[in-house]
Design a protein around this ligand. Structure first.
Ligand SMILES: Nc1ncnc2c1ncn2[C@@H]1O[C@H](COP(=O)(O)OP(=O)(O)OP(=O)(O)O)[C@@H](O)[C@H]1O
Ligand SMILES: [Mg+2]
Length: 252
């Protein structure tokens, strides 16, 4: 068993010694008011790998991502992305530095068309976003068909593709996604799975995936972290997800 039941001393990810680390979080602590939500979170994403963060509802997965994006100010610990330690920089700076964020619940502009939702990125990111547009429309052909439709009338799965597409237009080095399969029909989940694999393989994008859908995580992850009550309690290769002693931390 390669999983560790305590976090601070980490097993190196297979092959990690030859890879550089895109994101390294150490001893991260976060609070909402007086209540401590994250304590001593340690996690890393090596370049070109897909790392998943799992855990039951309310354990702190979204909070971890909010700290990485600078939406929530960390109370302690360190977030190193692209060789730099990030503390007080706003989300825009982190996005510009190469973190693409697909928030839980998608967060697209419902009153704008699909085309306008995508165009916002082009106006913010210029030529590199424009150059990426064809790739995004090829990755999610439904967006091409729906360019003139309002975001709000799309199905959940279509909105999720739009949210991922929009994040991709910023040409991220690291893409972080918060439960992209939540409430989405199985055929679209397969499509999102294929897209993530393609992004990793063809574009070399590193991915941090927050996800509760075990089959998806087991199929595409290089490494898995499991969180409970604000800290990482187990980590290892995805084969750990076949062990009931480990998946008991995921069941309600
Ligand atoms: N804005 C907030 N103010 C106060 N407490 C919050 C806030 N957002 C989240 N919390 C609390 O922080 C804890 C962690 O929440 P978080 O959203 O990070 O969990 P999660 O693992 O993403 O859960 P889920 O799987 O349901 O999305 C929960 O107890 C939640 O109630
Ligand atoms: Mg969440």
């Amino acid at each position: 068993m390669s999983a560790l039941l305590s976090n601070p001393k980490m097993d190196p990810l297979p092959g990690a010694e030859t890879l550089s680390t895109v994101l390294r979080i150490s001893k991260l602590e976060a609070r909402y008011g007086e209540s401590v939500v994250l304590r001593d979170v340690n996690l890393e994403v090596p370049e070109g790998k897909l790392v998943s963060l799992m855990g039951r509802n309310g354990v702190g997965k979204t909070t971890t991502l909010r700290c990485i994006m600078g939406i929530l100010q960390q109370k302690g610990g360190e977030i190193i992305f692209g060789g730099k330690s990030w503390h007080r920089e706003p989300p825009e700076d982190r996005a510009r530095a190469g973190i693409g964020y697909v928030p839980q619940g998608r967060d697209i502009f419902p009153n704008m068309t699909v085309g306008e939702n995508l165009q916002i990125c082009v106006s913010l990111y210029g030529k590199k976003a424009k150059d990426r547009m064809d790739f995004v429309l090829d990755l999610f052909p439904v967006l091409k068909e729906m360019l003139k439709r309002k975001g709000g009338v799309l199905s959940g799965g279509q909105q999720q593709q739009l949210a991922i597409g929009r994040a991709l237009l910023t040409c991220p080095k690291l893409l972080i996604l918060d439960e992209p399969t939540e409430g989405i029909q199985p055929s679209i989940i397969d499509l999102i799975e294929d897209a993530l694999v393609r992004l990793k393989k063809e574009m070399g994008i590193s991915i941090l995936l927050v996800e509760q859908y075990l089959d998806l995580v087991a199929a595409i992850s290089d490494y898995v972290y499991i969180m409970d009550r604000g800290t990482i309690i187990v980590e290892g290769e995805p084969k750990i997800l076949a062990d009931p002693a480990i998946t008991k931390h995921l069941s309600v």
